[in-house]
Ligand binder design. Structure first.
Ligand code: SAH
Length: 213
């Protein structure tokens, strides 16, 4: 259930991440709208509106709200954008994208997380399309995408994802094989040309190959 108290806590979280530098009003509104506490077990609800990552089981985490906002801002989401998310995890990032009016396709390699998120989000009114699979390969049958967001640390940029981007499309991906990744935005300038920008260091769980049933 969502209440005025939760809404109040969310408003404070929005102020927090705005102070940390997030400016896109649509992103701030989405963080203010998605009931993040519903992604937590009831005994951990008090952590839901802190600007921190948190364990969600299966060795994975729900990303820090600031990181979600940062990646989403870099994606320059417009209503109707077709977006691929690699790393569904809790489903929170997918919910934020749906809240902004994107058409979301999200892929997760761990069955347990796929099952949980694909059950939870529709009950909250968010209806991305969920896929169980290896995000390194993307979703060739649903491509091309206006935007691609990778929410796990990639040792290198997956070739298959580049080919699934529209011309003029953007991909936001944390790149690095150590404990720290560099937030990277790739623009597909033409069929064969891509440009890259870098936006500082972040810490993500690693992008791994294969599917865990
Ligand atoms: N976006 C998530 C955060 C996810 S943490 C959220 O909002 O909660 C990263 C997720 O990426 C984990 O759930 C992990 O299992 C998943 N992952 C890692 N490698 C992957 C791959 N190759 N394909 C799909 N998902 C992957």
């Amino acid at each position: 259930m969502d209440t005025f108290r939760h809404k109040g806590l969310r408003n404070r979280l929005v102020d927090d991440i705005a102070k940390k530098g997030i400016k896109d009003e649509a992103v701030l509104n989405a963080i203010g709208a998605v009931p993040r506490h519903l992604f937590f077990e009831s005994s951990f609800i008090k952590f839901a509106y802190q600007d921190k990552a948190f364990p969600i089981g299966a060795g994975q985490t729900i990303s820090q709200p600031y990181t979600v906002a940062f990646q989403t801002e870099l994606l320059q989401i417009k209503t109707g954008d077709k977006v691929l998310e690699v790393g569904t995890g809790s489903g929170y990032q997918a919910a934020v994208l749906c809240e902004m009016g994107a058409k979301v396709f999200t892929i997760e390699r761990q069955k347990e997380l796929f099952a949980k998120s694909s059950h939870l989000l529709p009950r909250m009114g968010y209806k991305p399309r969920f896929f169980l699979g290896d995000g390194y390969k993307g979703l060739p049958q649903q491509a091309p995408f206006d935007k691609i967001i990778v929410t796990a640390g990639a040792p290198q940029i997956p070739e298959d994802l580049l080919t699934q981007l529209c011309i003029g499309g953007l991909m936001v991906i944390p790149v690095g094989s150590g404990n720290v990744q560099v937030m990277t935005r790739i623009t597909r300038d033409s069929e064969s040309e891509f440009s890259q920008e870098q936006f500082g260091q972040f810490v993500f769980v690693p992008l791994l190959k294969g599917v865990v049933k």
